[in-house]
Design a protein around this ligand. Structure first.
Ligand code: NDP
Length: 433
């Protein structure tokens, strides 16, 4: 803790993983001998840089950029960039740490990293966003490469930002190196299904949780927090599989729509006009917008937190338990506080952690890298089928590992142990580096 003072989200993420690892270290003393855990908690490289840019009024603005290259035992660093005013080293390190295990769970050859900036794209013009992205990449490019470090999007970074970042990378290096960034547009090296992948993957994972007890999404009431990239495509896939999504949110409040969220309308408002969920309620008769209270007060069978870290707290967990919710699966990264996780698990709610549930995004990024490397492009159906298989395999691996360590049905232990052992074995094989 003293070594990483003030990085509270990073401490939280590390503690959550370490709590699962006692039996692993007992079974494998070689991990302790090689100081694997201490080495894993120390990023291989941390880059912090100045990002100066000029706003539309001609004033000079200044932000801070980050890239934490956490672990490359399994492959090049891979993980998204987040542009949000809350970004600081502790957030980037928590996300990068999680990413190591998530990427291992996918079974693809990718290491873990994460980056971003405290830049707030909200209210900025297209030209300002472009100038910021160009300045950000003017420093970051020297650390990237398809065999070195391959960023993608995250909160505040979608295909628009990836486009400006890739354009500047190409311009500076004079290389059309498609594999250096993922989340690209379909017409210039991107993969089908990447946009949908995290949301769809989340729902595929829950489909497997339901199937494990002979159940399905048919007729289930589902609450999805957020209304960004992950939330929108989670809603889409739940609806396709026969569930009813009755609520979603943004940082200003949440909407309840007992008729089921009208996804075309939500997409038009969020993606088309960059609007708010309150705009949705304003034009949809069956919906109401609430700016106070909590989305977790809305009764549901399945809750999918898909917005941001620590958004589902103890009181939210208690409300979910009261309403009879049986599954909570994290579409976002670490959205459930430790207190809330404890309450849910003690009440018998089946809880699955983000590093397994939301791994569909990075899996499809790895599929994008494969297509770039072979100069190929796959159909939507083929790519979605690959994603579905990967999510089934991650789910099964979590359960098999939980069985192996005598904690059947414990998705948290299963995900942490399966991800950890894969990285630890690679680190052992590569020596003390
Ligand atoms: P977006 O920026 O597209 O969307 C984030 C959404 O969450 C927005 O609707 C935002 O609302 C909302 N939000 C933010 N803070 C709060 C809050 N305190 N309460 C309620 N809603 C809030 O991001 P993504 O959808 O890409 O990412 C969401 C989560 O999923 C993050 O944790 C991210 O790390 C994780 N993730 C994303 C992946 C991806 O492929 N995109 C991959 C794996 C994980 P507002 O507009 O008001 O800010």
């Amino acid at each position: 803790v003293a070594r990483n003072a003030g990085e509270i989200e990073f401490h939280q993420a590390v503690k959550e993983v370490l709590e699962s690892l006692g039996p692993v270290v007992t079974k494998h003393p070689e991990y302790a001998d090689a100081e694997i855990i201490r080495r894993l908690c120390e990023p291989e490289r941390q880059i912090i840089f100045r990002v100066p840019w000029t706003d539309d009024a001609g004033r000079v603005q200044l932000n801070r950029g980050f890239r934490v290259e956490f672990n490359s035992a399994l492959g090049p660093y891979k993980g998204g960039l987040r542009f949000h005013p809350s970004v600081y080293l502790g957030i980037v390190k928590f996300l990068g740490f999680e990413q190591i295990f998530k990427n291992a769970l996918t079974g693809m050859p990718i290491g873990g990293g994460k980056g971003g900036s405290d830049f707030d794209p909200k209210g900025r013009s297209e030209a300002e966003v472009m100038r910021f992205c160009q300045s950000f990449m003017t420093e970051l490019y020297r650390h990237l490469g398809e065999h070195t470090d391959v960023p993608a999007g995250d909160i505040g970074v979608g295909s628009r930002e990836i486009g400006y970042l890739f354009g500047q990378y190409k311009r500076i290096t004079n290389r059309y190196e498609s594999g250096v960034l993922t989340g690209k547009g379909i017409t210039w090296g991107g993969s089908q299904v990447r946009t949908e992948a995290t949301g769809y993957g989340t729902v595929f994972f829950v489909r497997e949780m339901l199937a494990a007890t002979g159940d399905s999404f048919e007729g289930k009431r589902v609450v999805v927090s957020g209304s960004g990239n992950v939330a929108i495509y989670a809603i889409e896939k739940v609806q396709e599989l026969g569930g009813l999504v009755v609520a979603c949110s943004d940082s200003s409040g949440y909407v309840v729509d007992e008729a089921g969220i009208d996804l075309d309308l939500l997409k038009e408002i969020k993606n088309g006009r960059r609007g708010r969920v309150s705009d949705y309620a304003a034009v949809r008769g069956s919906a109401r917008f609430l700016s106070s209270g909590s989305i977790w007060d809305v009764p549901c069978d399945i809750a999918l937190p898909c917005a941001t870290q620590n958004e589902l707290m103890g009181t939210g967990a208690e409300a979910l338990v009261r309403s009879g919710c049986t599954i909570v699966a994290e579409g976002a990264n670490m959205p459930t506080t430790p207190d809330a996780v404890r309450i849910l698990r003690e009440a018998g709610v089946r809880f699955a952690p983000g590093k397994a549930v939301n791994a569909g995004g990075v899996s499809t990024s790895a599929l994008e890298m494969q297509q770039n490397a072979s100069r190929d492009s796959w159909t939507f159906e083929h790519t979605e089928a690959r994603l579905s298989d990967i999510m089934t395999s991650i789910h099964d691996r979590c359960l098999a590992t939980a069985d192996e360590y005598d904690v059947p049905g414990d998705y948290v232990a299963g995900a942490n142990i399966a991800g950890f052992t894969q990285v630890a074995d690679a680190m052992l094989a590569l020596g003390v580096i």
